[in-house]
Design a protein around this ligand. Sequence first.
Ligand code: MLT
Length: 312
Amino acid sequence: VLVVARPALAQIYPSHPITIIVPFAAGGPSDAVARILGERMKRSLGEVLLVENVTGAAGSIGVGRAVRAKPDGYTVSFGHLGTHVANGAIYKLGYDLVADLEPVVLLPSNPMIIVSKKDVPAKSLKELLAWLKSRPQPPTAGTAGAGSGSHIAGLYFEKVSGIKLQYVPYRGTGPALNDLVAGQIDIIVDQTSNSINQVRAGTIRAYAVTDTKRVESAPDIPTVDEAGLAGLHMTLWSGLWVPKGTPEEIVARLNAAAVEAMSDPAVKKQLEDLGLQIPPKDQLTPEALGAWQKAEIAKWWPIIKAANVKVD
Ligand code: MLT
């Protein structure tokens, strides 16, 4: 009897398209990074990476879908500080963000940016804060749901500015930004990568970025320290994970393809134009993402639990 040894899964991987689950709506910052990198990763993997937007509950629905997928390398979970750290302190997820996932690679990060609808009569952050304080009702801030990066940034903004916000949750900050441009909501503390092109187009106003240095591709936007909200420092990092049990050769293939994509000069420029910073080489191993996620859980869970975040 001729027994043909089935080639190990990893040797023929990938043999069909790979799905990247983005847990927020199309058109937002998560979606943008996943599509930019997915497009370039196809070149080294030889198979298309299809972005599937699975939204809801600040991304925890989409992450749950990825956690329960087969550990065969054909379902990849895109996420960030909100989905793979904060949500664990807010929702009864039904899965464990560390035990049920394998880290693949840390992806680009960016500072948040304080933006308002165009017709706010403020030319500086100080004037914006005065305008927000003068509102008869708490001003509205768009988010991607309780626990999302934009929501955590909003909580941080409230804490440092002393201004109470009324949160308006969306399926991502892509849709939230549409409403800001339309003047339906007052502000977003958004990912710079999401809002920066609308700022450049003049359809919304920008006041500061939540970093200690200005964004190279947006040098005219002051830092929070320069603009008068010292200490509101927050960068939103992102990453890729796969279900626990995925063979490590497959994790290594996905990691190598993502690292190659982030070192491609054209991709690097596209990301940096959006205010995104690519992690240093020594932060690009699967272990580095695993250690980073655990450290961020240790840092943020006490803060988030103390904030007693209400799940809408
Ligand atoms: C968020 O956490 O605010 C999300 O990144 C929004 C998004 O990606 O749409």
